[in-house]
Ligand binder design. Structure first.
Ligand SMILES: Cc1cc2nc3c(=O)[nH]c(=O)nc-3n(C[C@H](O)[C@H](O)[C@H](O)COP(=O)(O)OP(=O)(O)OC[C@H]3O[C@@H](n4cnc5c(N)ncnc54)[C@H](O)[C@@H]3O)c2cc1C
Length: 448
């Protein structure tokens, strides 16, 4: 018998990175415990990807179910790992697993630290994205969205949020604000198609003319930036409502104004110029300010990892060994403390936990798979652990005061949700609370 069959690995987080890592390990005969905060697996593939991209979501769900059906993968949903969670990372390590892989995504919030960030009507992307994708408890929180909304950031997430504001909230105006210029936009061209019908292209052209002298000073071509938007508009995609979508370049939020009753009375922006920085550019504040008339503000500027998970954080992601012992394609997957200069023995990181907010599902898949390959190298050193780890984990979870969700229970949830969708005549239905989900799975009052 191959000795890998005696190894047990715990994975924290069943998003794409954790699931594909589990597949890689399980296909080598390793027993995998997959602990997931959410009842459902999938992470941002379930609760991030825009709800109407159903074909993509269903394709991924089918792949995830194939993985979770593997006999040596043991799913534990509704379990939070971390300092304030159901089980701490150190407790998990102490149960006898040969290695632990953290693929918990990037669950922290990047705060900008400007005055007014706590006003009513200021949100961070995750709150909005999790709300419209119906992840409890965000699904049950009310979002106070006004009529004129500023979205800070020009990546794909900012465009998804713009899509939601136009389609679902029917706001009058969304203005997306970029720290740098038209040439540094981060979103993919095909993502623009969802909202291009609402884009005020003459205003974008005016904006490009406003910053053209800064672009040309750096050798950038303002005309090709205009062509990018004109070409997208020429496809003739109709608007998805009455909202107007605008862009503003070379501006950074400097202060959120109070309307006198705790809400937003406007946004002060500092105007920027661009400076060359190696092969790229950097924004530099000019000390001149401009007020924007908005009543809602959403930051879509990337995330950071959860600093209460129990691992050191370094620049928005979990710290990694700069000189990896088990590199894969030259990358390090080994948890590390830069402060003490020590490797955190037997703990690995992958996906958005390793590189916060980096890339699409395909990137997370590759990273999870490579994280598992790093663990395979480590297991060949015959690390300590014992065969009772899974049994120990189950005993530990038995003591929790809430139900833990096994994979076998998820089928009942899927059936209940599709029956509800059919009854309502909608393409998809999701329960918005854990309580409802646990109830239809018959898990209320049941311990694991
Ligand atoms: C708004 C948005 C839209 C996107 N749209 C697309 C798209 O259209 N196409 C595309 O390919 N990609 C898209 N992506 C990117 C894609 O979703 C990510 O690349 C991918 O999901 C990252 O995978 P991950 O496993 O690293 O993290 P995540 O997907 O975040 O998964 C993390 C998992 O860890 C669990 N977890 C978190 N904390 C804990 C804890 N303390 N204890 C236990 N479990 C925990 C969570 O429940 C979750 O299941 C989008 C991302 C966002 C934010």
């Amino acid at each position: 018998m191959d000795q890998t069959q005696n190894f047990t690995v715990a994975i924290v987080g069943a998003g794409p990175a954790g699931l594909y890592a589990a597949k890689e390990l399980a296909s080598q005969g390793i027993h995998v415990a997959l602990l997931n905060r959410d009842i459902k697996p999938g992470g941002l593939a379930e609760y991030g990807i825009y709800p109407t991209k159903l074909k993509m979501k269903n394709g991924l769900r089918a792949q995830f179910h194939q993985i979770l059906n593997m006999p040596n993968i043991h799913y534990f949903g509704n379990v939070v790992v971390g300092e304030n969670g159901d089980i701490s990372l150190d407790q998990l390590r102490g149960l006898g697993f040969h290695a632990v892989l953290v693929t918990a995504g990037a669950q922290g919030t990047k705060r900008v630290g400007i005055p007014g960030e706590d006003l009513i009507g200021v949100y961070h992307a995750k709150e909005v994205v999790y709300h419209y994708n119906k992840l409890p408890p965000f699904s049950q929180q009310q979002l106070i969205i006004g009529k004129k909304v500023a979205v800070i950031g020009v990546g794909n997430v900012a465009l998804d949020i713009t899509h939601y504001l136009i389609e679902e909230r029917q706001v009058d105006e969304v203005i997306t604000i970029a720290r740098r210029g038209p040439k540094e936009i981060k979103f993919d061209r095909k993502e623009l198609d969802y909202v291009i019908g609402n884009l005020d292209v003459p205003k974008v052209e005016y904006e490009i003319n406003r910053v053209a002298h800064i672009m040309t000073a750096l050798g950038q071509d303002p005309q090709s930036a205009k062509d990018f938007f004109h070409e997208a508009k020429q496809k003739g995609i109709p608007p998805i409502g009455k909202s107007i979508f605008k862009l503003r370049f070379l501006s950074s939020p400097s202060r959120i104004l109070d309307n006198g009753s705790g809400g937003i009375g406007g946004l002060e922006l500092e105007e920027n110029t661009l400076v060359a920085s190696g092969d790229s550019t950097k924004a530099r504040g000019l000390g001149t300010y401009h007020n924007l008339d908005v009543d809602t503000l959403i930051f879509a500027i990337g995330d950071t990892v959860d600093d209460h998970l129990g691992l050191p954080v370094h620049y928005s992601a979990f710290d990694k060994n700069p000189q990896p012992l088990y590199p894969v394609d030259g990358d390090s997957y080994e948890a590390f403390s830069s402060e003490s200069g020590a490797v955190i023995q037997g703990v690995f990181v992958a996906g958005w936990s390793r590189n916060a907010s980096e890339g699409l599902v395909g990137v997370a898949r590759r990273d999870g798979t490579n994280g598992a390959r790093a663990i395979m190298q480590y297991l060949r050193t015959n690390p300590q652990g014992n065969e009772n780890a899974l049994h120990n984990l189950k005993n530990n979870l038995l003591a929790l005061s809430h139900p833990v969700v096994p994979y076998s229970a998820l089928a009942a949830l899927a059936i209940a949700e599709s029956e509800r969708a059919a009854m309502l005549g909608v393409e998809e239905f999701k329960f918005v609370s854990n309580l409802e989900m646990l109830e239809v799975m018959g898990l209320l009052g049941v311990t694991p």
